[in-house]
Design a protein around this ligand. Structure first.
Ligand code: ATP
Ligand code: MG
Length: 758
């Protein structure tokens, strides 16, 4: 694959040339606490790709230092993903837990050097003592402990003689450091939990900042490539390696931008939530943005690698349009896979003037694709066409079969409708037609004009298959979680019909079903007797149209933005001021590092956030985390297209909006709707909520009747739930929310439904 040279490769080349490193050794260091997602694919592509390009190697390292959430199942999923993408770790699969003894020795060494101490402050005190961005921190009195005492305590921590949280090991660095991460960072904490590999041997576990750099060192990593939110951890990374006076060569850390994709959630925590709530059928559900999910859906490794290549490495914090990923798979399959015919919703057609049977020779590929291959399509008097390829009273511009308009059967003859047969309730059950013997595709001398060709299958020879039509899992461009699920993300069609050639092939086959999209034989459920096909992707971007029609999504959602994202070049390091802000956001306001990173690097947005925080509701300040969510999701989107002065709403109003969510006056779902209106009209959120009657319903006496109604309407699901299918809880909650237009308080609904169904 030919990549243009990005900033990481530029660094690597320089280091090889100068002799700073002899061999390029990278690592992909996931935590085995979930299935890897498309963001991990980016990291795999970068780490393994760079190692391969420079004849080095890349280690696969399970960063298993947080025993409560990790599992061997995830280890296997990670290996599968890397292999499937076509990369090879050779013998180099490692576990951080294997280094626990060595890491412990390094910690002891630091203590002996007087550079680490056992602290016994509470978690809260530690936070308090850390100071703020403008104020230096204060060192714990326990930092005075003698080396002997520290050694003794640390050993006892290891032996399990203390309770969780009683002590921690900290580096002795600088409580007034400008980079707040350097204010005596924690190195070890006590956790009495079972580790899936190390068993019960350890009562202390190393923190990321201590374990990661040393694991890199132990493995001889030359370039430690990680995502941007670790930028401020780089100082600790270097401090540990330097203070321990480790022999050169040492590893160095470089950061690249995290991948985010619209209409997708990407953290393993949120993905786990989807799995556990039963909204999807496991980690490899074809709607999941996991590598296992894409794989099962029918994506090819090439399409994913190509996507990773297109989005490039650097460009900070961009959200990539999911249409671009869809474009990549479509583009890959377009030239590769055979085109066949499938009828999803069959309508019977009897060709009254045709007797007998023939087989039509038809190429699998159109002329312009340099691939050979053909099959025979049976043709007979009784065929099926797609129900919506016939219309009795067509609107203008309808090009398919009508009582007046003939149509071509793809690869076959032109037919004309002679009679429409209906059942008692007026549904069309059959078309009686005539074919034109001179019109056969390839040797048409009939002179009849048609406007389109439609798919069809011969009734007797067609095979029945199940088709699973997948669509995007979320309907919201920036989904938060379960409440933004697209209710139509899966439609199962049990009785679709395919031409027989499709079924003689082995599974692990992909097809284009003409005019329908690309499909894949489901690798798990497909059998010869009961074939199942997954829809990989449609032939066109159907969302582009949909969103345009409703004018909800910004323009960015409607076409792949290859140009915009394909920027190579170094991500500017945070300036001093940005870093100060980042620290303030993460440490004082407790925003997560991704949100903090977005804000800190965007001055306009950051100012907006600040003003909201400072100006709104002075007597009861708004919760900074909730406010940050609204600012980085909603406000940021507006600011991408407009200048601050052109915004209709102001920071105070956004503060009010956040406050309403915080106080549960409205749900965060409704807040998005309110925001849409604010962005258009500049009205106050309270005004909008009042005028549109959007106040959240939390009163049980209002919610209970709705629950009763839904329970009464769905006796089957109630029975299933009572028989143990607890996944259906989500269904009931969803129905209630839907019934109230999203106004019911999800928490209350959840409680009430649970109680009702007991
Ligand atoms: P999540 O937040 O989804 O759990 P993580 O960063 O905690 O992700 P890890 O398993 O620790 O996941 O990550 C393994 C490697 O993959 C890390 O080097 C991390 O930087 C990288 N990575 C994770 N998510 C992304 C992403 N969205 N884009 C690029 N790289 C990513
Ligand atoms: Mg994580």
């Amino acid at each position: 694959m030919s990549e243009s040279k990005d900033f990481l490769r530029t660094i690597v080349e320089k280091d090889l040339k100068s002799g700073k490193c002899k061999e390029v050794i990278t690592r992909f260091p996931p935590e085995p606490n979930g299935f890897p997602h498309i963001g991990h694919a980016k990291s795999i592509f970068i780490n393994f790709g760079i190692a391969r390009d420079y004849n080095g190697h890349c280690n696969l390292r399970m960063d298993d230092t947080n025993p409560t959430k990790e599992d061997t199942r995830y280890v296997e999923a990670l290996k599968d993903a890397v292999e499937w993408l076509g990369f090879d770790w050779g013998d180099n699969v490692f576990f951080t837990s294997d280094y626990f003894p060595k890491l412990y020795d390094y910690a002891v060494k630091l203590i002996k050097m007087g550079k680490a101490y056992v602290d016994s402050l509470t978690e809260e005190e530690i936070r308090e003592y850390r100071g703020t961005v403008t104020q230096a921190g204060k060192r714990s009195k326990y930092a005075q402990r003698s080396i002997e005492e520290n050694l003794d305590l640390f050993q006892k921590m290891k032996k399990g003689e203390f309770k969780d949280g009683e002590h921690v090991l900290r580096a002795k660095i600088d409580m007034s450091a400008a980079n707040m991460k350097m204010r005596d960072p924690l190195l070890y904490r006590i956790r009495h939990v079972h580790h899936f590999r190390a068993g019960d041997e350890w009562s202390i576990y190393p923190m990321y900042d201590f374990a990661h750099c040393l694991s890199d060192y132990i493995e001889g990593i030359s370039h430690s490539l990680c995502t941007l939110e670790f930028e401020n951890n780089r100082d600790i990374y270097n401090w540990v390696l330097e203070e321990l006076e480790l022999k050169l060569p040492r590893p160095y850390q470089y950061e690249f931008a995290r991948l985010g994709i619209n209409y997708t959630v990407m953290s393993k925590r949120k993905l786990l939530e989807l799995v556990e709530s039963g909204q999807v059928n496991g980690w490899d559900d074809p709607r999941m943005p996991t590598i296992a999910g894409y794989r099962r859906r029918g994506y090819t490794p090439e399409s994913i690698l190509n996507f990773c290549n297109q989005i490039g490495i650097a460009k900070a914090n961009s959200i990539v349009d999911v249409a671009q990923l869809e474009f990549c798979i479509r583009n890959d399959l377009n030239k590769k896979v055979p085109r066949v015919m499938c009828v999803l919703d069959p309508l019977k057609v009897t060709i009254e003037n045709y007797e007998g049977f023939e087989e039509i020779d038809a190429s699998y590929y159109p002329h312009d694709i340099p691939k050979e291959g053909s099959r025979k399509i049976p043709f007979s008097r009784d065929i099926y066409i797609e129900r919506d390829d016939f219309m009795q009273n067509p609107p203008k511009g309808y090009f398919r079969l009508t009582p007046e308009q003939p149509v071509r059967l793809r690869h076959g003859y032109i037919i004309t409708c002679k009679e429409v047969v209906k059942d008692a309730s007026g549904n069309i059950t059959e078309i009686k037609a005539q074919y034109h013997p001179e019109s056969k595709s390839g040797s048409d001398s009939s002179g009849i004009k048609v406007k389109s060709a439609i798919q069809w299958v011969s009734a007797k020879e067609a095979k029945t298959v199940e088709v699973r039509l997948y669509d995007r899992l979320f309907k919201d461009e920036a989904p938060e979680g379960l409440e933004d699920i697209n209710p139509d993300s899966l439609q199962v069609i049990k009785n679709a019909l395919v031409e027989p050639a499709v079924i003689t092939v082995r599974p692990d086959e992909r097809f284009q079903f003409e005019r329908q999209g690309y499909f894949y034989a489901d690798p798990i459920d497909y059998t010869y007797e009961a074939p199942v096909f997954n829809k990989i992707v449609g032939l066109k971007d159907s969302w582009a149209k949909k969103t345009k029609a409703s004018e909800r999504a910004p323009k960015s959602a409607t076409k792949p933005q290859t140009k915009k994202i394909q920027v190579d070049g170094e991500v500017a390091p945070m300036s001093e001021a940005q870093r100060t802000l980042f620290d303030k956001y993460t440490l004082e306001l407790e925003l997560n590092s991704e949100v903090a990173n977005i804000l800190a690097r965007d001055e306009q947005l950051s100012n907006f956030y600040y003003e909201s925080l400072a100006l709104s509701v002075p007597d009861s300040p708004v919760n900074p985390v909730g406010l940050a969510n609204i600012v980085t999701n909603e406000v940021a989107r507006e600011l991408k297209e407009k200048s601050v002065n052109a915004l209709k709403f102001n920071p105070i109003q956004i503060g009010e909006l956040a406050k309403m969510v915080e106080e549960e006056t409205i749900s965060s779902k409704i807040a998005k709707q309110v925001f849409q209106v604010m962005a258009k009209t500049g009205e106050n959120p309270t005004q909008i909520v009042d005028a549109c009657g959007l106040v959240q319903i939390s009163d049980p006496s209002k919610i209970l009747p709705i629950i009763d109604e839904i329970i009464a309407k769905n006796p089957d699901n109630v029975a299933k739930f009572k028989a143990g299918n607890t996944k259906l809880l989500g269904f009931f909650v969803g129905q209630v929310l839907k019934n109230t237009g999203g106004k019911a308080n999800p928490k209350v609904v959840n409680e009430l439904v649970t109680r009702k169904l007991k």
